[in-house]
Design a protein around this ligand. Structure first.
Ligand code: PDD
Length: 279
C-alpha cells in the first residue's frame, strides 16, 4: 500500500513519524474517515468542514488547503486502486518534548493518510442486522470533536464482540447517545425517526446529516431528541449511520428483539436512497 506522511507518498513500511508526536503520547490528534464508492469520495467537503472544526477546537493549525487535501485523497485512491473502501486522514499536533502543557511555539502538525479496501455496499452485517449491547457512556464530554482518543469505544466494542454482539450503544443518564463509531436511531410505532439532537455528547455525523435529509425528502417524520433503552426495545426499527457503515439496521438490543427481529423496511429504504444519493 502507498500511504501519505507529512508531504510524501511512501510504501507503508517506509512511512514513519516521531515517537514524540503528541498524537502518539497524548492522543492529541483528530481524524476523518471518508468513504470511497465506485472509486469516488463520498461527502468529502462535509468531512473536511468537520476536520476544520475539530482542529480549531484543539487550536491545531493546518496549512494544507482543502484543494491540497482533496488531491492527496484522490491520489491515494488511485495509487491503491480503491473502488470501495475508505480514506483515513489523521492530523496530530506534531512532535514536542513530552509535557502536559502544550508549547506556544508553532509545532508542525503531523499529517498521515492511508486507504483501506472494504466491502461496504454488499455487507453481511447490514443484511442480517446488528446485535447491540448497551454500555454506560464513559467517554469525555467533548464527543463532538473527532479525536483519536478511542480507547473506551474500542474496549467496549471488543467486549461486545466477545459476548457475541456486533456493537455497543452508549447510554448517558438513561438515554442513548450514539454507537461506538456511528450515530443511533429508532423508528417509533407512529413511524417517526428519532435520533439524539446535536450537542457535545455525540459526533455530528456527516452521514447523519445526509440520511436525515433523505428521510425528509421521503416525507418521513424526523425528531431530533434523546431516547431511552426502553424506547429502543419498544421501537418498530432501529439503525445506525456512519461513513463506512452507511445505514446499518439493528435487530437486537441487550438480547431483546426489535420489531420483527429482521432489518427494518425504513432502515433498508434509507440505506438504498442514501447509497443512490452518494454515487
Ligand atoms: N466513525 N459517532 C462516532 C463516535 C463516530 O466515530 C462516527 C464515525 C460517527 C459517524 O460519523 P460519520 O457519519 O461522519 O462517519 C458517529 C468513523 C467512521 C470511524 O471512526 O471509523
Amino acid at each position: 500500500r502507498t500511504v501519505y506522511v507529512n508531504g510524501d507518498f511512501r510504501p507503508e513500511n517506509e512511512a514513519t513519524i516521531s515517537i514524540f508526536d503528541r498524537g502518539f503520547l497524548f492522543a492529541d490528534a483528530v481524524y476523518e474517515v471518508t468513504t470511497v464508492l465506485e472509486g469516488k469520495l463520498v461527502d468529502f467537503y462535509g468531512h473536511m468542514a468537520r476536520l476544520r472544526k475539530s482542529l480549531s477546537e484543539l487550536q491545531i493549525s493546518l496549512s494544507l488547503s482543502e484543494a491540497n487535501l482533496l488531491d492527496i485523497h484522490r491520489k491515494l485512491v488511485s495509487k491503491n486502486n480503491i473502488t470501495e473502501g475508505l480514506v483515513y486522514l489523521q492530523v496530530s499536533r506534531g512532535p514536542a518534548d513530552r509535557d502536559f502543557v502544550i508549547s506556544e511555539d508553532a509545532e508542525t502538525p503531523g499529517v498521515v493518510l492511508f486507504t483501506q479496501e472494504k466491502k461496504l455496499v454488499d455487507n453481511a452485517l447490514a443484511q442480517r442486522g446488528q446485535k447491540i449491547l448497551t454500555v454506560e457512556d464513559q467517554r469525555w464530554r467533548r464527543c463532538d470533536i473527532k479525536t483519536v482518543q478511542l480507547l473506551y469505544s474500542s474496549l467496549v466494542k471488543t467486549e461486545a464482540h466477545r459476548k457475541g454482539a456486533d456493537d455497543v450503544w452508549m447510554v448517558l443518564d438513561g438515554e442513548v447517545t450514539e454507537g461506538s463509531s456511528n450515530n443511533a436511531y429508532i423508528l417509533t410505532e407512529d413511524n417517526t425517526i428519532v435520533t439524539r439532537a446535536l450537542s457535545n455528547d455525540i459526533l455530528h455525523g456527516i452521514t447523519r446529516q445526509a440520511v436525515l435529509q433523505c428521510a425528509r425528502e421521503l416525507q418521513l417524520k424526523v425528531e431530533e431528541r434523546s431516547f431511552t433503552v426502553d424506547e429502543v426495545k419498544a421501537a418498530k426499527e432501529a439503525f445506525s449511520t456512519s461513513a463506512t457503515g452507511l445505514v446499518n439496521p439493528v435487530v437486537e438490543i441487550d438480547s431483546d428483539v426489535i420489531g420483527k427481529g429482521t432489518p427494518g423496511e425504513v432502515a433498508l429504504r434509507l440505506r438504498e436512497v442514501y447509497l443512490k444519493a452518494s454515487l
